[in-house]
Design a protein around this ligand. Structure first.
Ligand SMILES: NC(=O)C1=CN([C@@H]2O[C@H](COP(=O)(O)OP(=O)(O)OC[C@H]3O[C@@H](n4cnc5c(N)ncnc54)[C@H](OP(=O)(O)O)[C@@H]3O)[C@@H](O)[C@H]2O)C=CC1
Ligand SMILES: O=C(O)C1=N[C@H](C(=O)O)C[C@H](O)C1
Length: 268
């Protein structure tokens, strides 16, 4: 299934911010080889060498819009519509897949779950080790604090670069889902404005900040009366997501069909 025991990886959304870091870091990873760099058919970089565009050596891998070679895993960092299209391709070709794209609607998420009945998929809104560890810590905090007599207010604040198109981040929503599950907080409140009234005890508040080139920060606030716990995790560049996704590709190649998380990849 692999050539010279290297995992053959295709990057989908390869010319994007994340795609370029995946090409750059993947090109120096001895355990894998980047064999395809996929973009939309009308992308102006089609035909150009992915390594040169990513700022590393020539890889002899031109940007293209279809998979023409043997591939052990695809990594997707694109946009929701394109993500669903590569999910379909991977199902047809029975290729293991890593899904990192966020901003998916419920129906699109449902398609990913259905695809995982046929192919193995790692699906996570954050490939970062410290973000996934912070999720574990927040599950622990939520469990420990859920029966506080005076109540606990959970607010999630995320900061990202000005180019980000979805809000709140997929990671913020995942933090919320995990905490809602352990603390039984069924309502989501996205920002506040005007005469909002007293804060209900049943909600999680989400706040999305968009500034400059921030590669991603999340702060989860557990507010009690008299004291506050905050869990903060910050990326200083995108390589934490790229290295996590490359590890996920190595993990998923050759696995049986099913839905896997970064907890599985990282052994958390
Ligand atoms: N799970 C995680 O750890 C992380 C997830 N993300 C998520 O990954 C996604 C991408 O982020 P980022 O790299 O910053 O975004 P970019 O906009 O920089 O990259 C997206 C890329 O996808 C390309 N694309 C558009 N249509 C298609 C298509 N039909 N087929 C193939 N490629 C296509 C875009 O091309 P074009 O410019 O021509 O439209 C672009 O190059 C976002 O959803 C983001 O939230 C980001 C970081 C970490
Ligand atoms: O768009 C980004 O940049 C990021 N998106 C992901 C998300 O929405 O959670 C992960 C990371 O925070 C960077």
């Amino acid at each position: 299934m692999t050539t010279n025991s290297k995992v053959r990886v295709a990057i989908h959304g390869a010319a994007g911010r994340m795609g370029r870091r995946l090409i750059a870091l993947g090109s120096v990873d001895k355990e894998l080889s980047i064999v395809a760099a996929l973009e939309g058919a009308d992308n102006p970089l089609i035909g150009q060498d992915a390594g040169l565009v990513a700022g590393v050596v020539e890889l002899n891998v031109p940007f293209g819009s279809h998979i023409h070679t043997a591939v052990d895993a695809v990594i997707d960092f694109s946009i929701p519509e394109a993500c669903l299209s590569i999910v379909k391709t991977c199902v047809e070709k029975r290729i293991p897949l890593v899904v990192a794209t966020t901003g998916l609607h419920e129906e699109e998420k449902h398609e990913i779950r259905r695809a995982a009945e046929v192919i193995p998929i790692v699906w996570s809104p954050s490939m970062s080790t410290t973000v996934n560890l912070a999720m574990k810590l927040c599950a622990m905090a939520g469990t420990a604090l859920r029966s506080q007599a005076a109540g606990v207010d959970v607010e999630i604040i995320e900061r990202h670069h000005r180019y980000k198109e979805d809000a709140p981040s997929g990671t913020a929503l995942k933090f919320g889902e995990i905490i809602a599950g352990v603390m039984d907080l069924p309502e989501a409140k996205h920002g506040r404005h005007g005469m909002t009234g007293k804060r209900p005890s049943t909600e999680i508040g989400y706040h999305a900040v968009r500034t400059g080139d921030n590669p991603g920060e999340h702060t989860i606030v557990f507010g009690l009366l008299g004291e506050t716990l905050e869990v903060t995790v910050k990326a200083s560049n995108r390589d934490c997501y790229a290295t996590g996704a490359l590890s996920a590709a190595k993990f998923i190649a050759g696995k049986p069909p099913g839905l896997y998380s970064m907890y599985d990849v990282l052994g958390l």
